[in-house]
Design a protein around this ligand. Structure first.
Ligand SMILES: O=C(O)CCC(=O)C(=O)O
Ligand SMILES: [Fe+2]
Length: 201
């Protein structure tokens, strides 16, 4: 049986204002290996530009958006059209939904090819995600550090490794009060695929 999201084994990582919970071995290593290979080879990965302070820059990673066809997703000045769900993505989505007990409409995928690929500080607080979004983040491949800091007091910082097959759930006020990033690392060798399931309203 799947664990409930409110199970005490998966304690809230945040000290206040929102919830972030980690399920470290959500997928066993056999399943996680299968999904990493499959996604690496079949997802339509692209390197897309974004706008930062009025400047167009290439994102330091590959991305893709899959999901229900009728809605597009916009962030950092770009609009992405979803590609229809694949069998593997639907399988991962359904496992995650059994824990979260809420449906998702889209998944944003990130492929960090090596330690030089990264994602900068941000909050997932676009109005199309609703006021207190639930975001479920699945990781396959090499472990990368996930850093979280208080948006209003940047000295309050938390770091956790996101391992092969892990599931991280962010909800409540977390996207108002806290920002997150995947920093570059000289120590990392190998690729990592991350999927963030979202509900667009
Ligand atoms: O790669 C990760 O774990 C973070 C992804 C993320 O924050 C996002 O897609 O918004
Ligand atoms: Fe994010």
């Amino acid at each position: 049986m799947q664990q409930s999201i409110f199970n005490s084994f998966n304690e809230n990582i945040l000290p206040h204002h929102g919830e972030i919970r980690l399920y470290d071995h959500f997928f066993d290593s056999g399943k996680a290996n299968f999904f990493f290979e499959k996604l690496q080879n079949t997802i339509h990965w692209k390197q897309e530009p974004i706008w930062i302070f009025g400047k167009k820059v290439m994102q330091p990673r590959l991305t893709a958006l899959y999901g229900d066809p009728e809605k597009t997703y916009s962030y950092s000045g770009i609009t992405m059209n979803p590609i229809p769900w694949t069998a593997e993505l639907l399988e991962i989505k359904s496992s995650v939904e059994q824990v979260v007990e809420k449906p998702f409409t889209h998944v944003l995928l990130n492929f960090y090819r090596d330690g030089q690929d990264s994602m900068g500080w941000h909050r997932d607080n676009e109005s199309t995600l609703g006021p207190n979004p639930v975001i479920a983040s699945v990781s396959f491949g090499v472990s990368r550090n996930f850093q979280i800091r208080n948006y209003f007091d940047k000295s309050e910082k938390i770091q956790i490794p996101l391992n092969h097959g892990s599931l991280l759930i962010m909800q409540g006020e977390s996207q108002h009060h806290w920002e997150h990033q995947i920093p570059k690392s000289k120590k990392v060798a190998g690729g990592r695929i991350n999927l963030t399931f979202r509900k667009l309203i």
